[in-house]
Every structure is written in structure tokens, then in C-alpha cells.
Write a protein that binds this ligand. Structure first.
Ligand code: HEM
Length: 149
């Protein structure tokens, strides 16, 4: 994995460790008050970041986009604002609500940006970089070498 794909996968691992720690803390203390923070850290953090990582790994045209690093940083900063803000909000600190709101809007903007990067990249015609394996081998060349049935 390289570039944005690798960054997203490292981010995913960090989210999984933080989210599971919250899950374990809830189980041990029998206080499930942070359930939304745990669920969002695991799904919006671990699972979404891992999906982004594998998408950028498998589609070089998306990874090469100049928007891809902006997508990574927007998603990272807004996701941290959203999840850390949610943790304190559910802990009873209502003053952090604007932080959660800004994080949520930024996270949505990140997903919108991903749509602008991903959809054109998967619609590129065969022969463009979207038709390459991550090591640069054209997909068509390996299909040509398959034994005839
Ligand atoms: C160490 C591992 C984990 C522990 C100890 C743990 C613990 C918990 C606990 C105690 C709850 C609250 C249940 C409730 O109050 O009804 C919960 C909910 C949840 N967990 Fe985890 N969890 C773990 C891993 C995961 C993973 C890997 C995912 C997803 C990738 C995940 C996603 C969720 C979701 C979506 C909910 C909310 C379910 C609902 O809406 O009722 N958790 N977890």
C-alpha cells in the first residue's frame, strides 16, 4: 500500500484500537453511555477508513488524484472532531456541541469529495490507469493469458 491508501489504513487501525477500548470500558463498567461513540468509532472510523484504504489501493487513478490527500486530511480532522466531541458531549459537556456539528459537516463534505474522486475514476475507459493492478500490470494482459476452456 502506498500514499493515501496506506495513510487511511493506519488511521483505520488507530480507530479500531480506540473504539474497541471504549467497548471494553463499557463492558467492564456496565455503563453503556458511550455506545454511540463506540459504534461511530468502529463504523465511521475503522470500517469507512479501511474501505477508503482498499479503494485507493485497488484504483490507482483515484490514488493519483490531486484531491485524494485533501480527502484524507478533511476526513481525518473532521472525524476526530466528531468522535472526540461526541465522547465529551455524551459525558455531559454540552458546550462541545458546536464542535460535533462542525465535525459532522466536515465528515459529510469528505464523503462528497470522495464521490467526486471515486466515480470518475471507476468510469475511466479500459486502457487508462483504472485498468491496472496496483503493480501497474494491465488487467487486460492477464485476461489474455488465461487458458481457453
Ligand atoms: C473489543 C471489542 C468490542 C467490544 C468490547 C464491544 C462492546 C460493545 C458494547 C458494550 C456495546 C453496547 C451494547 C448496548 O448498549 O446495547 C456495543 C455496541 C456496538 N458495537 Fe461494539 N464492541 C466491540 C467491537 C466492535 C466492532 C469490531 C464493531 C464494528 C466493526 C462494533 C460495532 C458496534 C455497534 C455498531 C454497536 C451499536 C449496536 C446497537 O445499535 O445496538 N463493536 N459494543
Amino acid at each position: 500500500m502506498q500514499g493515501v491508501a496506506r495513510n487511511f489504513f493506519i488511521l483505520a487501525i488507530v480507530y479500531s484500537l480506540c473504539g474497541m477500548a471504549i467497548g471494553l470500558h463499557m463492558s467492564i463498567t456496565h455503563d453503556h453511555g458511550q455506545m454511540p461513540t463506540h459504534a461511530h468509532t468502529m463504523v465511521a472510523g475503522w470500517l469507512m477508513s479501511a474501505v477508503f484504504a482498499f479503494f485507493y489501493h485497488l484504483v490507482p487513478a483515484a490514488r493519483a488524484s490531486r484531491l485524494a490527500p485533501i480527502h484524507f486530511w478533511l476526513t481525518t480532522v473532521s472525524g476526530i472532531l466528531l468522535l472526540v466531541g461526541l465522547f465529551f458531549l455524551l459525558g455531559g459537556n454540552e458546550a462541545v456541541e458546536p464542535v460535533v456539528a462542525i465535525g459532522s459537516l466536515g465528515f459529510y463534505a469528505g464523503m462528497l469529495m470522495f464521490a467526486f474522486i471515486a466515480i470518475p475514476a471507476i468510469r475511466k475507459p479500459a486502457g487508462s490507469s483504472a485498468g491496472l493492478y496496483p503493480d501497474g500490470t494491465p488487467v487486460a494482459s492477464t485476461l489474455k493469458n488465461m487458458p481457453a476452456r
